[in-house]
Design a protein around this ligand. Structure first.
Ligand code: GDP
Length: 330
């Protein structure tokens, strides 16, 4: 209809005006796999890009049940009280299988969703983490262009998703629980290395003593890690997302981190490095899709997989043959 065409033409302007409905529609557009939407989405992104970059992007990870959504609810509300506009996005590696295990549930973040200055977007669906990640990254740009100045990106501590979120955020926050067994052994070393802060959540009630001990232990452990390029020494903090304790000190840490990074140049350097990384990622993803979604290659791949199963060919010879076939198609 005329009316929807009219508003679609103005989508970018409405987005820049901070209209949340427009923002939601813009994200839907970039998430669309429909070919006809792609050009429009690209234009929108290009239009939004000059107005982005002004936010702080915070990654939040932790195992299911650690209190991520409760923390985001408290933290987000705290920031809104301070006059911030807060967007919450999610990278969920399982969403393509389970149709959204994080942020999909509308009952989470009950208060935050009602705030005028909050925008919450359930995780994008996609056939690959790479695809979901690309959409999330583009969504960050759209949120920033719409005036959101704190972007929280949640992910479940599964597989590669933390690395992905780390590669699109300025600050990486790991939520942990005290007394959840082997404090230090149970964690993947890589995640600790990525963390700019470890926040021990549920530091309330009977848990306080254990939380304090865990804090000491993490602090001790962090001493053993090499210093970071950012010049930032990762911090350990306590929080009760439920009772809204320690939330302000987490924000204080993030502000300190930002100040240091802007003084020593790391903040912007890191974003540039991330942009380069995402250029390469986007090319990789695109090439991969072209290969695997090509009907000819799908068939050829099937044949070679069968040949390998029957010991007719080595993996390398089969790969070589497939790549040559693909190159001849292109
Ligand atoms: P998520 O799976 O990481 O998003 O965790 P949720 O935010 O859904 O929290 C899981 C459970 O832990 C819920 O029952 C919360 O009420 C509870 N919870 C979250 N934060 C706290 C906290 O700071 N203290 C206590 N005691 N419980 C909490």
């Amino acid at each position: 209809s005329r009316k929807s065409k009219f508003s679609e033409e103005n989508l970018l302007q409405q987005l820049l005006d901070g209209n949340k409905t427009a923002l939601g529609r813009a994200i839907t557009l970039i998430e669309s796999n429909q070919f006809s939407h792609r050009e429009k989405a690209q234009q929108l992104l290009e239009g939004a890009l000059p107005y982005s970059q002004k936010s702080i992007r915070i990654g939040i990870t932790g195992v299911p049940g650690v209190g991520k959504s409760t923390f985001i609810e408290s933290f987000g509300s705290y920031l809104i009280e301070k006059g911030k506009k807060v967007a919450v996005l999610a990278v969920d590696p399982s969403s393509s299988v389970s149709h959204g295990s994080i942020l999909g549930d509308k009952t989470r973040m009950e208060n935050l969703v009602t705030e005028e200055n909050a925008f919450i977007r359930p995780s994008a669906s996609g056939s690959s983490l790479g695809g979901v990640a690309k959409k999330t990254r583009e969504s960050i740009i759209l949120c920033e262009a719409a005036g959101f100045d704190v972007i929280l990106i949640e992910t479940v501590g599964v597989g590669q998703s933390e690395t992905t979120v780390h590669s699109m955020t300025d600050f990486f926050l790991l939520l942990k629980l005290a007394g959840a067994g082997d404090e230090l052994q149970g964690i993947k070393r890589g995640i600790i290395e990525m963390a700019d802060a470890i926040v021990i959540n549920k530091a309330d009630g009977d848990n306080i003593k254990a939380a304090r001990e865990a804090k000491l232990e993490f602090n001790r452990a962090l001493q053993l890690y090499p210093s970071k390029e950012s010049g930032w020494k990762p911090k350990v903090a306590l929080s009760s997302a439920l009772e809204q304790i320690g939330i302000d000190s987490v924000w204080k840490l993030i502000k300190e981190f930002e100040k240091l990074g802007k003084e020593n140049g790391f903040f912007l350097k890191n974003r540039k490095e991330q942009n380069k990384f995402w250029l390469l990622q986007t090319i990789n993803e695109h090439l991969k899709n072209r290969f695997y979604q090509n009907p000819v290659m799908k068939n050829e791949l099937k044949i070679q997989l069968k040949a390998i199963e029957n010991n007719k060919v080595t993996a390398f010879a089969a790969a070589d043959l497939l790549i040559k076939k693909f190159e001849n198609l292109a």
